[in-house]
Design a protein around this ligand. Structure first.
Ligand code: G3I
Length: 294
């Protein structure tokens, strides 16, 4: 059995991956991503973001956004939809002018009503608000926070709830540690991660790892570093298995052939479970073992 089948047997709802809209022409990439024994869930990497679906005010376009939902539907995979209110990949018509509170509230509500309405009934989860915390733990400066304070969170969640009452509505962030962009050798232990997850489930909400990758800071990785990466992945996946309200794990891409990391953190990389030639790495074996042992 492979990752999703093992994850489901271990009590998780899914093991999934983000899928890049720009790579759907790569048949090897698509064939592994479409194997539901491996991946029971997909997340569109970029297509549903604000700059893609509403590049100009009131002009909605779902050509790119629909790519991954269509793949998921064809394969019978769970769809996590991503993302609505986020400071990044925001078209300049939203980010680079000043709004009154009433205007910006309406801009958010119109956006969410359209986008969530378009995908109504298809999204198992929606990442409603993304990365509202900054790296020091305060609120991130953005047009949303600077105009509306923290009111942009309930405004966004209420709009999403109204547009698709059946979708699970998620807050998505990192450094908590919930989302999971990590560095080899500095990943917390399984127990530390499980304790953090329990601080959230104690509030009555579900948790999930939504964007897991663990990058090497020294490239190319040594065999030792690849083994450590495997241990780190096992700690993260293991912590989800240890916490009742942890529903699933999504890796942010699965092959080192395609990853956002080298572009954003030059000189680092190899963060995923398959190498750039689609060979399974030691980290794949570690994840598979920790799932099988549950
Ligand atoms: O589509 C254009 C293309 O037309 C253009 O020629 C090219 C030139 O730069 O850019 C292409 O857009 C890029 C897009 O990915 C699609 O490939 C953007 O420049 C690039 O910035 C964008 O990066 C994405 C990044 O979010 C943007 O912040 C990554 O693929 C995506 O993996 C990453 O994902 C985010 C999550 O959504 C939220 N959490 C953090 C995570 C990592 O940053």
């Amino acid at each position: 059995a492979q990752l999703n089948s093992l994850a489901r047997a271990a009590g998780l709802e899914y093991f999934g991956t983000a899928l890049g809209e720009g790579q759907t022409g790569d048949s090897q990439y698509m064939s592994i991503a479409s194997d539901t024994d491996e991946f029971g869930q997909l997340t569109p990497e970029n297509g549903q973001k604000w700059d893609s679906v509403e590049p100009n005010q009131g002009q909605f376009n779902y050509d790119n956004g629909d790519i991954v939902p269509n793949v998921a539907a064809r394969n019978g995979q769970i769809l996590r939809c991503h993302t609505l209110t986020w400071h990044s990949q925001l078209p300049s018509w939203v980010s680079s002018r000043s709004w009154s509170r009433e205007e910006l509230q309406s801009v958010i509500e119109v956006h969410i009503a359209n986008v969530v309405g378009h995908y109504k009934g298809k999204c198992y989860h929606w990442d409603v608000v993304n990365e509202a915390a900054d790296d020091s733990g305060g609120w991130r400066s953005s047009v949303f926070y600077n105009t509306l304070g923290t009111d942009f969170l309930p405004i966004s969640f209420n709009a999403a709830k109204a547009a698709d009452p059946d979708a699970g509505l998620w807050y998505n962030d990192y450094n908590l540690e919930m989302r999971g962009h990590l560095i080899v050798g500095t990943t917390p232990t399984r127990e530390q991660l499980a304790d953090t997850l329990r601080r959230f489930t104690a509030l009555g909400v579900d948790v999930a790892y939504t964007e897991l990758d663990i990058r090497h800071e020294s490239m190319p990785p040594s065999d030792q570093a690849l083994a450590t990466q495997g241990d780190d992945y096992a700690n993260v996946v293991g912590s989800c298995l240890d916490v009742g309200g942890c529903v699933g794990v999504t890796v942010w891409g699965y092959t080192d052939k395609y990853s956002w990391i080298p572009g954003t953190f030059p000189g680092t990389g190899a963060a995923l479970l398959w190498d750039e030639n689609f060979n399974k790495k030691p980290a794949y074996t570690s994840v598979s073992s920790v799932l099988a042992a549950a």
